[in-house]
Write a protein of this length. Structure first.
Length: 288
């Protein structure tokens, strides 16, 4: 009898503990650690989208920084519920993408970081052939590196992307190609390197960042995809996206309407798989 009482008490404590931890959570999901302002905006857009489903999804962050390859393995294993990455990432072939561009294609809209005083070297560039006369600096593992190389653009790489800033300042190459929302905070934090954003050019290629889940996690796939669609349709997704500090910096500083656009192909992505509805894309000339 005493043994049964102990077992019943233990079971009661187990139920009580789990009710406390998971109170109100219909679905729980583990996401990667938020490491940057970009990650924070992605997280906010995810939370907004899930709120549109009527299902209470509780998100917890992974407690450590891990590589993108390890994120992929953990999603496959189930210890991580989802990740976000470029649609051209070959590591994600065993995962299921929600094919709604999180950043509305902005990853494929690239501006250049150059050394202060070098603007005149870029003023005469009008075509891809002109651009091929200069050398870009890119991360060795960045999918964008392969895209530039496939277009015949010379590239110098670094295993650690953060080293590129000092390499540019040391004249190891001529420019860094970054998404339009990426360079601003880094430039503020590295003012001593005397770098700036090039004023006239915009390199454009088809690109998208997607949420990825396990092929076995249909519940989370359906929640994210339906939630994003609802948020896009009612306008709340665009309001949060365009009013964020990161995207406001693009609107205020990049001067998109005055830039010379150079288009290149992205051989790493099947553009036929990308959505064509304009609601999914940043309002620039069509990439399709």
């Amino acid at each position: 009898m005493r043994k049964n009482t102990i077992i019943n008490y233990a079971f009661f404590c187990f139920i009580l503990l789990n009710s406390y931890i998971c109170h109100g959570c219909s679905v729980t999901a583990t996401i990667p650690l938020i490491e940057s302002e970009k990650d924070q905006l992605i997280y906010d857009l995810l939370v907004l989208s899930l709120s549109k489903t009527g299902i209470n999804v509780c998100l917890t962050q992974l407690g450590q920084v891990i590589t993108d390859a390890r994120k992929t393995r953990r999603v496959e294993e189930g210890s991580l519920s989802l990740k976000w990455s470029s649609a051209s990432n070959p590591l994600d072939k065993n995962l299921q993408p929600i094919k709604i561009p999180i950043f509305k294609g902005l990853l494929g809209y690239r501006i250049f970081v150059i050394r202060k005083g070098d603007q005149s070297r870029f003023d005469s560039i009008k075509t891809l052939e002109d651009l091929r006369k200069l050398t870009a600096g890119q991360g060795y593992f960045w999918s964008d590196t392969k895209i530039l190389q496939a277009a015949g653009i010379p590239v110098v790489t670094a295993a650690q992307g953060r080293n590129l800033w000092s390499m540019l300042a040391s004249h190891r190459f001529d420019y860094m190609s970054l998404a339009v929302h990426e360079p601003w905070l880094d430039l503020e934090h590295r003012a001593e390197l005397q770098l700036e954003v090039e004023k006239n050019l915009l390199l454009v290629y088809p690109s998208a960042m997607f949420f990825y889940v396990s092929t076995e996690n249909k519940v989370l796939y359906d929640l994210i995809s339906s939630g994003m669609e609802r948020a896009l349709n009612d306008g709340s997704y665009d309001r949060l996206f365009y009013q964020s500090r990161m995207i406001q910096a693009v609107v205020e500083r990049v001067n998109l309407s005055t830039r010379k656009v150079i288009y290149i192909n992205n051989p790493l992505i099947d553009t036929n798989l990308l959505p064509t509805n304009p609601k999914y894309w940043f309002p620039l000339p069509s990439l399709m």
